[in-house]
Design a protein around this ligand. Sequence first.
Ligand code: ATP
Ligand code: PRP
Length: 213
Amino acid sequence: MITLALSKGRIFDETLPLLAAAGIEVSEDPEKSRKLIIGTSRPDVRVVLVRASDVPTYVQYGGADLGVTGLDVLLEHGNQGLYQPLDLRIAACRLSVAVRADYDYASAVRQGSRIKVATKYVGLARDFFATKGVHVDLIKLYGSMELAPLTGLADAIVDLVSTGNTLKANQLFEVERIMDISARLVVNQAALKLKQAPIRRIIDAFASAIPSA
Ligand code: ATP
Ligand code: PRP
């Protein structure tokens, strides 16, 4: 049995065409069912539905053989023990710094002020600002980061941006791009050895169906 960990929503939806290329069709719509283990058209392949931030953990410890996870989640989790054969080029976005219009980020950086930064990505933000030599107080949040500068909780946020609509709707401005993000295929290293042929076939099929740049 091959177990693939996916999160509901955009990762699940955007992985479906890659699964189709591997001849795998999921037998249930996760938005309509409460099931956490979903069968597929292949008796030897199943999908487990986990929180986006739990995908690397499931694959690292062998709860799943493979998984699809954002680079943001992967870097924040640490990629120990995970083989990363493919950039799937799905769920594309960027990790950026954003502030309110009345906050002068450039001069705060220039003057060496302490900046209060709210984010779900504490590790990535810490590394980014440390490399720049900027002093920050990091505030860990689990969602709705955009609210932090609007309520005075923070001066800035580090969050994902795609269309920019969420920032715009909350009158925030992107002031620095930290990195481009896309979803990655991750594989448990022991599973890759023990189930080499079927896992290789899935990797190759996914590779053939990656959207072009
Ligand atoms: P959790 O449930 O663990 O809090 P989440 O709500 O962030 O996770 P999703 O919103 O489904 O989960 O995001 C999954 C992945 O999709 C992210 O890790 C990121 O790589 C990517 N992503 C997030 N937001 C966007 C977006 N607006 N556009 C494109 N890709 C995105
Ligand atoms: C993500 C991210 C931003 C938004 C950016 O949230 O946290 O809020 O997308 O996308 P945009 O630039 O296209 O507006 P998501 O939609 O995943 O909601 P979530 O916070 O519940 O995960």
